[in-house]
Design a protein. Structure first.
Length: 219
């Protein structure tokens, strides 16, 4: 690998990692699932988020992301859809009753209470990742700055695989850490309040995204 390509890889990898550890809607949803569900189910959220990121990474690397960014209405539509999805998740969290969390403290089978599966958690993670405007904007802006037409397809594939793998590894690590019995027991006592707070945050973020998108569309 040439020195210039090593520099590009290092720049992208470092910026991506900083964005990854920065809390956002995906992180909030991941933590909620890890606390409320068994790790083998919550890992579905991690996989869903990483697959959604992989799609955006692929789109940006092959140039489709530039077409999306050039369409104001498509970007506004994406932001509105993402905001409404976050508001939906917020409503679900705020409507939950305290009794719904009793199974966590009692350490009984969560499946009977939550009625969730690996696939359902995967869908939640995927929808969160694909409808999160931060993802497409981040990858598009990053790749626009560092990538040129001279960069080979092989290098792009290596970069895409690395970034996708890092997203999954990081999210999966969070799931397993928060799914540990000791940590889980501590979180269980506060899960009801955590859900309310995170729900309110998601709702505020969603409302802000929708409002901003609609205001810009009317200008």
């Amino acid at each position: 690998m040439e020195v210039s390509l090593i520099g590009i890889f290092a720049t992208v990898a470092f910026a991506h990692f900083l964005a990854l550890i920065s809390p956002g809607p995906d992180f909030v949803i991941l933590v909620k699932s890890a606390v409320k569900n068994e790790s083998k189910k919550a890992i579905g959220v991690a996989l869903g988020i990483s697959i959604a990121n992989a799609l955006y990474i692929a789109l940006c690397l092959i140039g489709v992301g530039s077409l999306l960014a050039s369409s104001v209405y498509m970007m506004i539509g994406l932001k509105v859809a993402g905001g409404l999805f976050l508001i939906y998740l917020a409503v679900q969290a705020l409507r939950a009753k305290k009794s719904d969390y009793a199974s966590l403290s009692a350490q009984v089978n969560v499946k009977e209470k939550q009625e969730t599966t690996f696939f359902k958690e995967f869908v939640v993670g995927f929808m969160s990742g694909i409808l999160n405007p931060k993802n497409i904007l981040f990858y598009l802006s990053l790749f626009t700055v560092v990538l040129t037409k001279d960069v080979s397809l092989t290098f792009k594939i290596i970069l895409g695989v690395w970034m996708t793998s890092l997203v999954f590894i990081w999210d999966a690590a969070i799931v397993f850490i928060l799914s540990g019995e000791n940590v889980r027991r501590k979180f269980a006592k506060l899960s009801y309040y955590i859900d309310k707070v995170t729900g309110a945050i998601l709702g505020l973020v969603g409302f802000t995204i929708v409002k901003t998108a609609l205001v810009k569309s009317s200008v």
